[in-house]
Design a protein around this ligand. Structure first.
Ligand code: F6R
Length: 614
């Protein structure tokens, strides 16, 4: 998704802005731009380039513009093709106002029509340009910048975070935030601005997150913060604890591989965190102990990988806590009729804590006064700030666009939480709770040793073989069905291969027609004896039709091992923890296939890390 970065202070802004944009590159983008005010005459100078940030850097080397106040942007196109005209910053008619923007202005077409009728000429197909022209009009009719901004936000519909740089206000930047994150890093007579604090981590240890529906007019040594009605707001400064150095690839060829290998550590860190907060967990989640004891159901919402983690988590809650658990795709849930479940809690599962669909679903739930809890990896995220309570995965920054370590960390929290709830309800005792935590540490070790066992085979032969296949089928049952969906998603997004996923029981209702020798069928087993037997039957159905079966199977499951054409054997593990044990191996195989195919693994085409638009 788009990223915005800004700087005002005593240093040259260009290097900070480019470095900030580079750090946020992992979020995905297709073009980039930079604008600053010339230190001599405050003229607005800018450069834009399509493609990678290097292209912008090359341009800036040829025309070395710089200043003490500046803004930058990486664009992930929504309105208008990927062209230099559509790259940010965007301008008013006179090119004295420039804007960089994340989000979507929903009423842009109506506003554009009015502005064009009034004689404004547009240079791009973007929604962002409307903001610049609209501000141009308002600055003519208002005596103060503050009043013009209040009027501007009243006219704009949608979700946005944008920065404004103007020739007529040469020492300041305006920041505007509605439902899209924006923060200020506070330095010594200098301010760093970004949509994600990672952009300025290390430059500043103090951060102010703009509240929702607020704007700020900032100078190097001054921050004025207002709500959309113009009332002054207090500036809440927090300590910034993230550091950039730890986000390097540490010798791995890709961030994805580094993150796959970090999973054992991540599970340990997550279990440690959960152990520490165990006594206050309900406080963290924003519910009382009584509410926890009386929960009659558990609801989860999420998108993509987080949805798959929640769908596996459903089995944890239902089997361990003995209450029904419901999982909803956030993008669907938001627009469905809502029937509040009595005595329930809604967990918004999201690595980034910023995904627009999940966030909006959470906001919709809040209008019905049902308890919302954010389960996210980013402590400073909007979901953490807005939910009634939160739980944090301890995965550390996930830089690769595709999610890997956040997934196993989410599964860890969900498994732990199901046990913690069971303990609260008197279904298990302290000793069993302790064992569940130990089992998570055991499975963390297995996740890693499974990868080690097959690493050589995968890199030297298996990945090469499957990289030849154009289409894949993925099968699972019960908890291994959402796991198979996650595997298929990983393959689609990193290797760009077609990967159909079915619950294995559905095969005979249609997909069997697709079985042929050229289409590998990946099967993920379950440790539940009955489910395993059923799955075995499904694999037979594939085999008798000439299919090629690749099975992820547990050690004792000899029949499946004999039946499959290729097997990955997972040591037997506590029931329900099988999917975590398989996670690293599955991800490693997908990674190596994508590498074999020469894909841009950390930044797959068309994708963004955190999807902050609908
Ligand atoms: C897949 C992937 C996406 C995200 C989805 C939700 O590898 O990364 O499917 O899982 O966009 O993102 P979060 O978890 O940040 O809400």
């Amino acid at each position: 998704m788009c990223s915005v970065v800004g700087y005002v202070g005593k240093r040259s802004c260009r290097s900070f802005i480019l470095e900030g944009l580079r750090r946020l590159e992992y979020r995905g983008y297709d073009s980039a731009g930079f604008a600053c005010l010339c230190p001599r005459d405050s003229r607005l100078l800018y450069a834009k380039a399509v493609g990678r940030l290097e292209n912008l850097e090359k341009k800036l080397k040829k025309e070395p513009i710089d200043g003490y106040v500046g803004i930058g942007h990486t664009r992930w196109s929504t309105h208008g093709a990927v062209t230099e005209h559509n790259a940010h910053p965007h301008f008013d008619c006179n090119k004295t106002i420039s804007i960089v923007h994340n989000g979507i202005i929903e009423n842009c077409y109506a506003l554009k029509r009015q502005l064009e009728e009034a004689g404004h000429v547009f240079f791009s197909a973007t929604d962002t340009e409307v903001i610049a022209h609209q501000l141009e009009v308002l600055l003519l009719s208002h005596v103060t910048l503050k009043k013009a901004i209040i009027d501007l936000v009243n006219k704009l519909e949608g979700a946005y975070a944008f920065l404004v740089l103007m020739e007529n206000y040469p020492d300041c930047i305006v920041l505007v935030r509605k439902r899209s994150p924006l923060c200020i890093g506070i330095g010594d007579d200098e301010l760093f601005i970004a949509s994600d604090p990672l952009a300025f981590a290390g430059n500043s240890s103090k951060v102010c997150f703009l509240p929702d529906e607020s704007f700020a007019i900032v100078k190097a040594d001054q921050i004025e913060l207002y709500d959309f009605k113009g009332h002054a707001l207090p500036i809440k400064v927090q300590e910034l604890t993230i550091d950039w150095v730890n986000q390097e690839r540490k010798g791995h060829e890709h961030f994805m591989l580094k993150e796959i290998y970090e999973q054992k550590e991540v599970i340990h860190a997550t279990v440690d965190f959960l152990r520490q907060i165990s006594n206050e967990v309900w406080q963290y989640m924003g519910i009382t102990q009584e509410t926890a004891q009386s929960l009659k159901s558990f609801n989860m919402i999420g998108c993509g990988t987080s949805y798959h983690a929640a769908s596996i988590g459903k089995f944890f809650f239902e089997k361990i806590t003995k209450i029904p658990a419901y999982v909803h795709l956030a993008s669907e849930f938001r627009y469905m009729p809502f029937f509040p479940s009595e005595n329930s809690v809604y967990l918004a599962v999201s690595q980034s804590g910023e995904t627009a669909d999940t966030l909006e679903a959470m906001r919709m739930l809040q209008t019905h006064h049902v308890p919302t809890v954010a389960l996210t990896n980013v402590a400073s995220s909007t979901m953490v700030r807005e939910a009634d309570g939160f739980l944090l995965t301890q995965a550390g920054y996930e830089i690769a666009v595709v999610s890997t370590k956040a997934f196993s960390a989410q599964l860890t929290v969900l498994y732990w939480l199901a046990h913690r709830l069971a303990l609260e309800k008197g279904l298990i005792n302290q000793q069993q709770m302790h064992m569940a935590q130990e089992d998570l540490l055991v499975v963390a070790q297995l996740l890693e040793s499974c990868m080690e066992n097959y690493r050589m085979d995968i890199t030297h032969s298996v990945a090469k073989e499957y990289a030849q296949s154009q289409n894949f089928i993925f099968l699972g049952r019960h908890e291994s069905y959402p796991f198979a969906q996650e595997a298929a998603l990983k393959l689609k997004e990193t290797a760009y291969r077609y990967a159909l996923c079915y619950s294995a029981g559905e095969l005979k209702h249609g997909p069997l027609a697709l079985i042929d020798v050229k289409t590998p069928v990946f099967v993920f087993s379950s440790q539940d004896p009955l489910i395993y037997q059923k799955l075995l039957g499904n694999v037979q159905e594939v085999k008798v039709r000439g299919g090629h079966v690749v099975a992820f199977t547990f050690e004792h499951q000899k029949e499946l091992q004999l039946l499959a054409d290729r097997v990955f054997i997972i040591p037997d593990v506590k029931p329900l923890l099988g999917t975590i044990a398989m996670t690293g191996l599955m991800q490693l195989l997908v990674y190596e296939i994508a590498k074999e195919l020469g894909r841009p693994i950390d930044k797959p085409r068309n994708l963004a890390k955190s999807v902050t638009v609908e």
